[in-house]
Design a protein around this ligand. Structure first.
Ligand code: SAM
Length: 193
């Protein structure tokens, strides 16, 4: 059985998820984009596939900074891709294409210098097959970049009221959407050694 992110969301669930994704791009994205950009630079990257691009805000930010590379964003949610295409129309970026598609080992056979997933692999019900499919689509010397959030799992952030509010809001939205419950944070010292 697929995970919730691999199933069709209702328009209401999609609208809630979109709120989270845009907030994640505007907050965590500030830290993640320079790291991803550096990997693209190191791999002299010309072609990037973003699997599970959602409403596109993260990919579009990246693409605006890397006009020399071509980006393909795929998501199996038609609602998410419609939002992504709408944003693309406003910004007119010639180096980005968005398509509706479900990624699994039978996905189209084109090759990429970098395959990116951001907060998508964690929702994958068949992670081994998914990662195998990714490697089959990499050019020799290409890179798989999986951006995942560890903060909620490790509780490693500094305690401050703004962060607590952010995490409480995200947890409430996940609950309303019907997503899996947020994991109870573990202490880095005691549980991860
Ligand atoms: C948590 S969202 C992350 C969206 C985006 N990457 C971001 O960082 O804002 C996960 C997205 O992956 C999509 N998704 C999950 N599994 C997928 C698959 N196998 N193929 C295509 N899209 C997938 C979902 O529809 C959802 O839009």
């Amino acid at each position: 059985m697929g995970s919730m992110m691999e199933s069709k969301l209702t328009p209401e669930q999609h609208a809630l998820l979109k709120t989270v994704l845009v907030a994640q791009t505007e907050s965590l994205g500030v830290l993640e984009i320079p790291v991803v950009e550096e990997i693209l630079r190191k791999h002299h990257c010309r072609r990037v596939l973003d699997i599970g691009c959602g409403e596109g805000s993260f990919l579009l930010r990246l693409a605006r900074r890397r006009g020399d590379a071509h980006f393909v964003g795929v998501d199996h949610s038609e609602l998410a891709i419609a939002d992504a295409v709408r944003q693309l129309g406003e910004g007119s970026l010639p180096n980005v294409d968005f398509r509706t598609a479900f990624f699994d080992p039978s996905f189209e056979r084109a090759k990429y210098d970098v395959v990116l997933t951001r907060y998508t692999l964690q929702h994958c019900s068949e992670p081994r097959a998914f990662v195998g499919g990714v490697f089959d689509r990499l050019e020799p010397g290409g890179a798989f970049v999986a951006v995942e959030s560890l903060d909620a799992y490790t509780d490693c952030h500094e305690h401050d009221p703004l962060w607590e509010r952010f995490r409480t809001s995200i947890a409430a939205i996940h609950e309303r959407v019907g997503s899996n419950p947020m994991p109870h944070p573990v202490s880095l010292d005691t549980e991860l050694g």
